[in-house]
Design a protein around this ligand. Structure first.
Ligand code: UTP
Length: 304
C-alpha cells in the first residue's frame, strides 16, 4: 500500500469564490451556495457529506459578497432562545447541523476569480504535507453512502490523487475535465487508473467519456504544482492541469465512479431538477408535489 494511503483525510477545501453569473441577478447579493434545495442551502449538503467522510477541518475559499455564508455557520443565540421558549425542539435540532465548533472552520479570501485551481491554492497554508479533499458545493450528490465517504474508502487502498467521475455524452465532455484512462485500465469498475486529464477538451477530442465532477482527494504535490500559476482553458488557473502535472510526474491518480445521482446545481436546469428530486424525497412534500407535477404534465400533453 502506498505510504500516502495511510494518511487520513481530515481537511476539506470548499471553493466558493466564483461569481455565480449563471444565477444573476440573484447572485448579485445571495451567494450561490446559500441558495436552497427545499429548505437547506447547497453548502449544508456539502458540509453533511464532508462530516460523513470524517472531515474535521473545513476551509472555505470565499470572496467579496459571501458574508451570508459565513453567518450561516455561526451560532444564533437569540433565535435559539426564542425556539426554546416556544418549545420548538425539532427546529432546534435542525439548527444543530448548521453550527460549527470554534476553530473547525476557516475562511480564506480569493481576491480575484482566477479559476478553481487558484482558489484551491489560496488555501495552501492551511494544508500541511497531507492529503486533503476538495468539495464543490454546487455539485450536489444524492447517494445512499455519501460520495466523499465512498471515495475516502477507495482512497485508503489507492493513495495518490482521486477524482470523482461520471459518464458524460460526447456533447457534454467539452464542459468538463475529462479523464484519460491508463492503457488497459478497465473503465467499468469503480476505480479507474489515469494516465492524463484534460480540461474542457474540444468536441470530438475527449480521451474518454469520464467527466470529472466536484469531489477530489488530492496530495500536497498538487498545491506545489499550482505555485506556477499556469493559465489553462479559458485563461483560468485550472485544478485539472495541476493534477495532470502530478500524473506526468508518476503520482498515481484514479478516477472514481461513485454510486449516486449528481445534480449540477451551478446551472438552472440542474438546480431545478435537484429541487424536485429532494422535495420528492421528503415524505411531507411528496404527495402534494406529485399531484402538481402530474397536473402540469397533463395540461402540457393536452396542449400538444
Ligand atoms: P463555476 O465554474 O461554477 O463558476 O465554478 P462560478 O463562478 O461559480 O459560476 P458561473 O459559471 O459564473 O455561473 C466551480 C466552482 O469553483 C469555484 C466556484 O465558487 C464553484 O464552487 N470557483 C471558481 C472559485 O472559488 N474561484 C474561481 O476563481 C472560480
Amino acid at each position: 500500500m502506498p505510504r500516502s494511503a495511510k494518511q487520513k483525510v481530515t481537511k476539506a477545501i470548499f471553493p466558493v469564490a466564483g461569481l455565480g453569473t449563471r444565477f444573476l441577478p440573484a447572485t448579485k447579493s445571495v451567494p450561490k451556495e446559500i441558495m436552497t434545495l427545499v429548505d437547506r442551502p447547497l453548502v449544508q449538503y456539502a458540509i453533511d457529506e464532508a462530516r460523513a467522510a470524517g472531515i474535521k477541518e473545513f476551509i472555505f475559499v470565499t470572496s467579496r459578497g459571501k458574508g451570508a455564508l459565513e453567518d450561516y455557520f455561526d451560532h444564533a443565540p437569540a433565535l435559539e432562545q426564542e425556539l426554546r421558549k416556544k418549545g420548538k425542539d425539532a427546529l432546534l435540532e435542525v439548527l444543530k447541523d448548521t453550527n460549527m465548533d470554534s476553530g473547525a472552520i476557516a475562511y480564506i479570501r480569493q481576491h480575484k476569480a482566477l479559476g478553481l485551481g487558484h482558489a484551491v491554492w489560496c488555501a495552501r497554508r492551511l494544508i500541511a504535507n497531507e492529503p486533503f479533499a476538495v468539495i464543490l458545493p454546487d455539485d450536489v450528490i444524492a447517494a445512499e453512502k455519501p460520495c466523499l465517504q465512498q471515495m475516502v474508502e477507495a482512497y485508503a487502498e489507492t493513495g495518490g490523487n482521486m477524482v470523482a467521475t461520471m459518464e458524460a455524452s460526447p456533447e457534454q465532455t467539452s464542459s468538463y475535465g475529462v479523464l484519460d484512462p491508463s492503457a488497459g485500465a478497465s473503465i467499468s469498475g469503480a476505480v479507474v487508473a489515469a494516465r492524463g486529464m484534460v480540461e474542457k477538451p474540444a468536441p470530438g477530442t475527449a480521451p474518454s467519456n469520464l467527466a470529472v465532477i466536484g469531489r477530489y482527494i488530492l496530495g500536497p504535490s498538487v498545491l506545489r504544482n499550482l505555485n506556477q500559476m499556469k493559465q489553462g482553458a479559458g485563461g483560468e488557473i485550472q485544478l485539472t492541469d495541476a493534477i495532470a502535472e502530478d500524473i506526468a510526474a508518476a503520482v498515481p491518480t484514479h478516477g472514481f465512479r461513485f454510486k449516486g445521482e449528481r445534480y449540477d446545481c451551478g446551472s438552472k436546469a440542474g438546480f431545478l431538477q435537484a429541487t424536485v428530486a429532494f422535495a420528492l424525497s421528503r415524505p411531507e412534500l411528496r404527495e402534494d408535489l406529485m399531484g402538481y407535477i402530474s397536473k402540469v404534465a397533463q395540461v402540457d400533453k393536452a396542449a400538444e
